[in-house]
Design a protein around this ligand. Structure first.
Ligand code: X2N
Length: 531
């Protein structure tokens, strides 16, 4: 009975609608999403169990422009209005943000059953890395893959990587800065640093054969794959466009190249587990349940690891070159630190070892400060799999929404780092002293192991450039080895300054990059230049 009344009503609404002028009908249809959007926001605002939602006019798109162009300012404005917890709409997804150290705990240490990284990232990463690894498998498998990868990231392997990284750097600079002909020149760090990063990472992690391939058309495949690893791919993982076809073809060709190297090494028995990541994974990739990773999966894991290290490291070395080009007196301090260390061992840059790197305090603090100001990933996501209570509040984040954590926000906030917009590597020496004075250190020592080694249990530090919890980065030590070697080699051989003003940040790329047109530096040889 009720249904008939409803049907009759719907019919009469439809009839009066179809009697309207066409232009009115079109307007009404176009207005429906906007009206729905406003009603939905009204509904959210009256529910006391929902996180405050940032108002937006445009359905689906939401706050994409503000978030995509200036995320930290957007977060700060939202915090002033709503506090540390709020939600906003981003290209059809509802993102719940929790700012500050409590937010770091909320997201990084959330229960595995409540939030999922793979559901947030797999659409982006699986076409690029390939199937069966990282976010294209259950979390328990990822934990073991991280354990397998860590076998190639030991102190012993780092000792062998340092000379290889330095050699690649020097040969790159020789050929691209043309140091035989010139004593000074201009270079765009967004050109040089990605190239230096891929050459040093592939030489050390992937071995000599793979490094050699970058001198050929193989390098073009990496560019194709790279172009498929952008924020647009979060929203549209597959489109019938050339850039997507090239991404898929590059994934196949690159993984086939790894596959053939793997079979070659296996057939010739040429496997030395401590040599590089390939050998290490070949000899150490059997899951606890006895299942072995297939060669295809090993190849895909290699692509993922190299891709992860590439963008983040290239961005970081670009930023430290620019900041040091802006504050040239820091280069002199670094030079002093480096040459004094080398003098104590009566050597030059060719004698720099892994153990020396640990003694270069200022070099390490330059990297630490660069990561503070320019955390490569400004926003980290998880998909909510079960209704998730926000501690100390009435809020529940419903299943299907996302949570967003942004250590980069805290790391650039005045509330946690005085004079946060000043590049000051010395702040870390002062902070280390202050921390030693503090008595309550007990919490810092607690660790937890999710299967890939012990990591800090607490994640409530405002400084978390490598994240925390079960998804914490395993590349930290490798990144420091690679970046310190690159920095020391620059400092030993050159002085440099900015060609333009200090560049602004491009937040809409995969990692936070300097704007390309202001990323040129002018270098000149030092007396000690050996290149
Ligand atoms: C459309 C402005 O531009 O309005 F790679 F083995 C390998 C990477 C997570 C990037 C998040 C969003 C920017 C929207 C702009 C491996 C080393 C990893 C870790 C909106 C109009 C991959 C999210 C990018 C937000 C920027 C996920 C990486 N260590 N690598 N509107 O990484 O780890 C790996 C792990 C992420 C992001 C964004 C917009 C393991 C616009 C205008 C436009 N971001 N982004 N890795 N936006 N607009 C990695 C974690 C995993």
């Amino acid at each position: 009975m009720e249904l008939e009344v409803l049907q009759a009503y719907a019919l009469s609404v439809y009839q009066s609608f179809s009697e309207l002028k066409l232009s009115y009908r079109i307007s009404i249809i176009l207005l429906i999403p906007f009206v729905y959007n406003l009603l939905w926001q009204l509904y959210c605002s009256v529910r006391r169990d929902r996180v405050p939602l940032v108002f937006h006019w445009i359905p689906w798109f939401g706050s994409a422009v503000n978030f995509g162009m200036r995320p930290y300012e957007f977060f700060e404005e939202c915090r002033e209005k709503y506090g540390d917890v709020f939600a906003f709409v981003l290209l059809g997804k509802v993102m719940t943000v929790y700012l500050g150290p409590k937010g770091h705990e909320f997201v990084f240490n959330a229960k595995l059953s409540d939030v999922s990284a793979e559901e947030a990232y797999k659409h982006l990463t699986t076409p690029v890395f390939g199937k069966g690894v990282i976010y294209d498998c259950p979390n328990s498998k990822l934990m073991e893959q991280k354990k397998f990868a860590k076998f190639a990231l030991t102190t012993d392997s780092f000792r062998t990587y340092v000379p290889k990284i330095r050699e690649e750097m020097i040969s790159y600079i020789k050929s691209h800065f043309k140091t035989n002909e010139n004593d000074s020149g201009k270079v765009n760090v967004l050109v040089s640093q990605p190239e230096i990063t891929i050459l040093t990472a592939s030489r050390s992690l992937m071995g000599d054969e793979m490094r050699k391939r970058f001198d050929t058309s193989f390098a073009k495949l990496y560019t194709d794959l790279d172009k498929g690893f952008t924020p647009i791919n979060f929203v549209f993982p597959h489109l019938p466009l050339p850039q997507y076809w090239r991404r898929d073809a590059a994934q196949q060709k690159i993984s086939n190249t790894y596959l053939s190297l793997i079979s070659h090494r296996r057939n010739t028995g040429d496997i030395v587990p401590s040599r590089d990541l390939i050998d290490s994974l070949m000899s150490n990739s059997t899951y606890k349940d006895g299942v072995k990773m297939t060669d295809q999966e090993i190849a895909n894991l290699l692509i993922g690891i190299l891709m992860g290290g590439q963008h983040t490291s290239a961005a970081t070395s670009s930023w430290f070159l620019l900041h040091l080009g802006d504050k040239t007196h820091l280069q002199e301090d670094l030079y002093k630190e480096l040459t004094e260390l080398l003098a104590s061992t009566k050597g030059d840059i060719y004698d720099l070892t892994y153990d020396d790197l640990q003694k270069l305090t200022l070099h390490n603090n330059v990297i630490k400060e660069t990561l503070r100001m320019h955390m490569p990933l400004h926003s980290i996501f998880r998909k909510v799999m079960n209704p998730l209570k926000v501690p100390d509040s009435n809020y529940v984040v419903p299943k299907g929404h996302h949570v967003l954590v942004s250590p980069g926000y805290s790391m650039t906030s005045e509330r946690f780092f005085p004079q946060a917009d000043k590049f000051d590597p010395y702040r870390w020496e002062k902070m280390a002293e202050a921390a030693n004075d503090a008595t309550n250190q007990s919490n810092l020592d607690k660790t937890v192991d999710y299967g890939f080694g012990a990591i800090s249990k607490g994640v409530s530090s405002p400084y978390l450039p490598f994240g925390g919890g079960r998804h914490r980065c395993i590349g930290e030590q490798f990144a420091y080895v690679q970046l310190t070697t690159i920095l020391a080699t620059f400092v030993y051989n050159f002085r440099w300054k900015l060609a333009d003003k200090m560049p602004l940040v491009d937040y809409a790329s995969m990692v936070t990059l300097p704007i390309e047109e202001d990323s040129n530096i002018i270098w000149e040889k030092r007396d000690t230049c050996v290149i």
